[in-house]
Design a protein around this ligand. Sequence first.
Ligand SMILES: Nc1ncnc2c1ncn2[C@@H]1O[C@H](COP(=O)(O)OP(=O)(O)OP(=O)(O)O)[C@@H](O)[C@H]1O
Ligand SMILES: [Mg+2]
Length: 219
Amino acid sequence: MISTSNISMRFGQTTLFEDVSVKFVPGNRYGLIGANGSGKSTFMKILTGQLDQTEGQVSVGHGCTLGYLRQDHSAFDDQSIIDTVYTGNPALWKLHCEREYLYSKDELTDEENDRCSHIEEEFGDAGGYTMESEAARLLIGLGFAEDLFEQKMTVLQGGFKLRVLLAQALFFYLPSCVWTGLNQNAGVDSDNIMDAAGSFQSAPIHPCLDEPYTVGKFS
Ligand SMILES: Nc1ncnc2c1ncn2[C@@H]1O[C@H](COP(=O)(O)OP(=O)(O)OP(=O)(O)O)[C@@H](O)[C@H]1O
Ligand SMILES: [Mg+2]
C-alpha cells in the first residue's frame, strides 16, 4: 500500500495542494485528474520520491515497487527505442551497460576479470537473460515492428514516444503503477488504457485549488 499523510506542497508563495491524505490499496487502479498545471505531476513526483514535499509524509509498503510513466517525452531522444525500455529497470540497465562494456574490451585488468566472474550471476538474477524478449513483447504489444527497436527515439512522433515510455514504466513489473501525463498526446494509448481500466469511481481529496483535483479508483 502507498499512503500519504497531510502532504502539502508549496513553490515559493504558491500552494499547490495541502493536507492531502490518501491511501492507494493493492489490487486497485487509481486515476488522478486535475487541470493543467494544478500539480498532478508534482504529486506523482512526491509519491515516487523524486521530489520532497513541503510538509507531510509518504509511506510506501515493504516490497512495493513504484514505476513512473514520464511526461518529458524527449528525455530519451539520444537513445534507441529498446534501450529506453530497458532503462525502466535502472539496476538491470546498469548491469547491462557494465557487462556490455566489459565484453567489448580486448584486454581486461585483473579487477575487471574478477568482476566478469561475478557479473553473470547478478545479471541473470536481475532478469538479464530475458530482458530482450520482455522488452520486445511489450513493444510489439504496443504496436512496434521489430525493425524499429534499434532506431533512435527521435524518429518517433509524440504519441509513439509515449508508447515507449509506457513500455519503460511496465518493463520493471509494477505491483503499484503510477501513470501521469496521459493527455491528448497519448492519443489512442490513453483511450486503450482507460478502456482497460474499466469504470471509474472518483473520490475527491481535499483540494486546495480552484479547479477540481480528484483521485479516483478504477474498478
Ligand atoms: N520545481 C518547480 N519550481 C517551481 N514551480 C514548479 C516546479 N515544478 C512545478 N512547478 C509549478 O507547479 C505547478 C504544477 O505543475 P505540475 O507539472 O505538477 O502540474 P500538472 O498538473 O502535472 O500539469 P499538466 O496537466 O500540464 O501535466 C505549475 O504551475 C508549475 O509551473
Ligand atoms: Mg503533469
